[in-house]
Design a protein around this ligand. Structure first.
Ligand code: NAI
Ligand code: MG
Length: 504
């Protein structure tokens, strides 16, 4: 097995996503080079819209993890010595390079995840450049304080990097969720080893490859592989000094336990069951549009902040349910790479059967009504595609699994309410606490709810996705720690050292 193999990947942006997928096949990126797995093993990367294999991914194990982490540890010594603003400038330079590749990145992510190009993939590709640019400007903010401790004693704090950061990412928004981790980690003087999700290894590898044309080798390494075999050893590696994870609650617990064994800090972003509370005095049209985007129907509901529990005040309940069904019905499900498509596919067979299980259970629940919306695609080329009709459920009991568990599919549950206190209690009656929104023109109620809702992010009369500079992260089982902001960079990717000098 050769130690390295030459890259066949183009430097210039390409719009041939299939050729790019093949060129990226079979590689990790370690120490600035595309390299195969030490074991030589690979696994299939499948286009979920057609079922075709579009590439093979390197199947990482402990040996690959060790190589990547050693490279990262070596690179970190020099990277940490570079002035922070210079590191930031290099990360900002990566942003500029990514901007010239947005269309390519968008097409590749649509190919491997089935997310529609116009409504999802292009939007996500742009966020990568945005987040890199934002953190690239924050190098100068990695600074400490002076403390007036005593006369003739100079007391200051300085911010130091943690070392090698291990990042484990999911498949639903892999580019954005990865960038929220690597950009602040790098600017703060750490180096990173990312383990991509087995369902979506290609586009993040391409981004890593592009960024490695700017960054010193070893600063940003990428491994593909499965959770226990590749993610497990990454968390456990003695040279990994911090872990940041986005994914499911059960795996979050495994990661946190392994980090606890080593006594290293961990950041977790673990999903949600986000309530949307709609009062009768809301701006009706704006709210319906907000519910459609909040539920992320265009991403097949595969979103941790999806508004999967919608509570509507009784006077507008029937009208709201009808408007939602009508709007979702009008959305076009089809080929993710087609500009006309609003809704693409589910990511994998596993997720398909999980989501279908929830839908079947909902339809079998006595008294419940499930409306299937949006026609299945008719193109024979998509016959094997992982498409699921969006479902809107009403009349479900609050104890239903559809109401309590994260479905991660195009399924939302709508309930009527009469009483503000009761709806607040229902909204908070969840193990999750990631996001919530309130829709009303009574800003007194809106603000009161914002304070009393148990969530890391509450929005009134809007439901935007993660924004650079605003702290993002959940409470309760939705996670630990924040991402996306200056404070989160300082808190989670540096430690504060106190230095005292007695000059009496
Ligand atoms: P998962 O939690 O198994 O996968 C997320 C990442 O963790 C992947 O990179 C995976 O390889 C890695 N991983 C899995 N087991 C590991 C282990 N033992 N040690 C280290 N790393 C490990 O999520 P999965 O199976 O893809 O999806 C299942 C459910 O999780 C979804 O239906 C959804 O409810 C939730 N989820 C939430 C996400 C979020 O954005 N918060 C993202 C993805 C999934
Ligand atoms: Mg899993």
């Amino acid at each position: 097995m050769p130690d390295t193999h030459l890259t066949q990947t183009p430097y210039e942006p390409t719009l041939d996503e299939r050729a790019l997928a093949r060129a990226l096949s079979g590689s990790h990126l370690i120490g600035g080079k595309l390299v195969p797995a030490r074991s030589g093993k690979t696994f299939a990367v499948v286009n979920p819209a057609t079922g075709e294999e579009v590439a093979r991914a390197a199947e990482g194990d402990e040996a690959d993890v060790d190589a990547a982490v050693r490279n990262a540890a070596e690179a970190q010594k020099l990277w940490a010595k570079m002035p922070a603003r210079k590191r930031g400038a290099l990360v900002a330079q990566c942003s500029a390079l990514i901007k010239t590749h947005v269309e390519e990145i968008a097409r590749l992510i649509a190919l491997e995840t089935g997310k529609a190009l116009r409504t999802e993939s292009r939007v996500e590709a742009n966020t990568v450049a945005d987040v890199l640019e934002f953190f690239g400007g924050l190098g100068g903010e990695i600074k400490g304080e002076s403390v007036p401790f005593a006369p003739n004693v100079l007391s200051v704090t300085v911010r130091e990097p943690l070392g090698v950061v291990g990042a484990i990412i999911p498949w639903n928004v892999p580019l954005l969720l990865m960038t929220l981790k690597i950009a602040p980690a790098l600017v703060a003087g750490n180096t990173v080893v990312v383990k991509s999700a087995e369902e979506a290894p290609l586009t993040v590898l391409r981004i890593c490859e592009l960024m490695n044309r700017v960054l010193p080798p070893g600063c940003f390494n990428m491994l593909s592989g499965f959770g226990p075999e590749c993610g497990g050893p990454l968390v456990a590696h003695p040279e990994v000094k911090k872990v940041t994870f986005t994914g499911s609650v059960p795996v979050g617990r495994i990661v946190a336990k392994a980090a606890a064994e080593k006594l290293i800090p961990v950041t977790l972003e673990l999903g949600g069951k986000s309530p949307m509370i709609i009062f009768a005095d809301c701006d009706f049209e704006k709210t319906v549009a907000g519910a459609l985007t909040s539920m992320r129907f265009t991403r097949q509901g595969q979103s941790c902040t999806a508004a999967s529990r919608i509570y509507v005040e009784r006077p507008i309940y029937d009208r709201f349910v009808a408007a939602m069904a009508e709007r979702v019905d009008a959305m076009v499900m089809g080929d993710p790479l087609d500009e006309k498509t609003d809704i693409g596919t589910i990511i994998s067979d596993d997720q398909m059967s999980r989501v279908k299980g929830f839908i079947a259970e909902g339809l079998a629940t006595a008294g419940a009504i499930g409306r299937a919306c949006s026609a299945m695609p008719k193109d024979p080329a998509l016959a094997k595609g992982k498409f699921i009709q969006p479902h809107i459920f009403t009349n479900l009991p609050a104890s239903s699994r559809l109401v309590t568990e994260e479905i991660f599919g195009p399924v939302t549950c709508i309930f009527p309410f009469d009483d503000a206190e009761a709806v607040l209690a229902a909204a908070n009656d969840s193990e999750y606490g990631l996001a919530a929104s309130v829709w009303t023109n009574n800003l007194k109620i809106g603000l009161e709810f914002a304070h009393r809702l148990e969530a890391g992010l509450v929005q009134i009369n809007q439901n935007l996705v993660v924004q650079a500079n605003l702290s993002y992260g959940g409470v309760k089982s939705s996670g630990l720690g924040k991402e996306a902001s200056l404070e989160s960079m300082l808190e989670h990717f540096t430690h504060k050292k106190t230095i005292m000098m007695n000059y009496a």
